[in-house]
Design a protein around this ligand. Structure first.
Ligand code: PPS
Length: 316
């Protein structure tokens, strides 16, 4: 069996890779019903440690439904905080090590997300999660941590998730697009229903001032404006030049060719099937939805979203 390295060799202060088995020996997981939310065991097997995770007041949580722009915002935050002080991070440390994925637990392949977060040497610590709001470890609320939530319109989110599930060997088999879209509408996806996720965090934001709720479509429309608003929320005041450097660095084409943020070093993902940095557009759903699928989706969407003030743009 060939050992597989999820991470390139690292320097001191960076966590060592853990490599016990080959990715190919891991079967694709099946969905389980976990307290009413569809999940796979890769995100629930470490549940006690996740729930008892000790947050620090300056931790920053990047919370999203999968494929909403997590990596984009993670990279923006990483550059804002550490781009100038420790530029070597950008060339030697993949983004999933800089910003650990709290609930990820594949013991035979890598350190758990909680271990990686516990060992982060940075201040603040940037921590990624896809957990629905009701599952966020209570310590983050107790410590009154800042939370950046990113949401993306349902149609593009579903398309991006479909291609991700095709290429990611630790996701459930996606099946064909038509059945996948039906599962998306039924909430039978890893991390559950998109509708519950985005509205659950939206409702929480109405009473919790430490949540900054962002939209992928706004980031596409005007990345600089969104960086300004993020800085305001975080209490950061970078120079105009620094903000411009961040804005330029996080453009899709730059991230796509940057091995430290494009997940090409992560062997559970097969970028020959579909690259992680796939299209990065608003409206790609039009290349996937048939007219009938679109009508059915819109009708169902209206029912599911009728009680929320949350609005999305499916084109800009
Ligand atoms: S994950 O696996 O949940 O962390 O994925 P996530 O990072 O949330 O989402 C991946 C999608 O975000 C797109 N992306 C970007 N779009 C535009 N500009 C930039 N800089 C950018 N960075 C990431 C990425 O291409 C995925 O979307 P699709 O539609 O599949 O291309």
């Amino acid at each position: 069996m060939t050992p597989v390295c999820l991470f390139p060799r690292q320097n001191k202060n960076k966590l060592p890779p853990k490599q016990i088995c080959s990715v190919d020996s891991l079967p694709r997981p099946t969905l389980i019903d976990f307290h009413g939310v569809s999940m796979t065991h890769y995100f629930t097997s470490n549940w006690e440690k996740i729930q008892s995770f000790q947050a620090r007041p300056d931790d920053i949580v990047i919370a999203t439904y999968p494929k909403a722009g997590t990596t984009w915002v993670s990279f923006i935050l990483d550059l804002l905080y550490f781009g100038q002080t420790t530029p070597e991070r950008q060339t030697s440390m993949p983004i999933h090590i800089r910003v650990p994925f709290l609930e990820l637990d594949i013991p035979s392949l890598l350190l758990s997300g909680t271990e990686m977060a516990d060992n982060l040497p940075t201040s603040p610590r940037l921590i990624k999660t896809h957990l629905p709001v009701q599952f966020l470890p209570k310590s983050f609320w107790e410590q009154n941590c800042r939370i950046v939530y990113v949401a993306r319109n349902a149609k593009d989110n579903a398309v991006s998730f479909f291609h991700f599930d095709r290429m990611n060997k630790v996701e459930p088999e996606p099946g064909d697009w038509n059945s996948y879209l039906q599962r998306f509408m039924d909430g039978k996806m890893v991390f559950g229903s998109w509708y519950d996720h985005v509205t659950g965090w939206w409702e929480k934001k109405q009473t919790h001032s430490k949540i900054h709720y962002m939209f992928y479509e706004d980031l596409i429309e005007d990345t600089g404006r969104e960086i300004d608003q993020l800085c305001h929320f975080l209490g950061l005041s970078p120079s105009v030049e620094e903000k411009e450097r961040v804005r330029g660095g996080v453009q899709f084409d730059n991230m796509k060719k940057d091995n430290m943020v494009n997940y090409s070093t992560v062997e559970i993902m097969d970028s020959k099937i579909s690259p992680f940095m796939r299209k990065g557009k608003v409206g790609d759903w039009k290349n996937h939805f048939t007219v009938a699928q679109n009508e059915q989706f819109d009708e169902d969407y209206k029912k599911k979203m009728k009680n929320t003030t949350l609005q999305f743009r499916t084109e800009i």
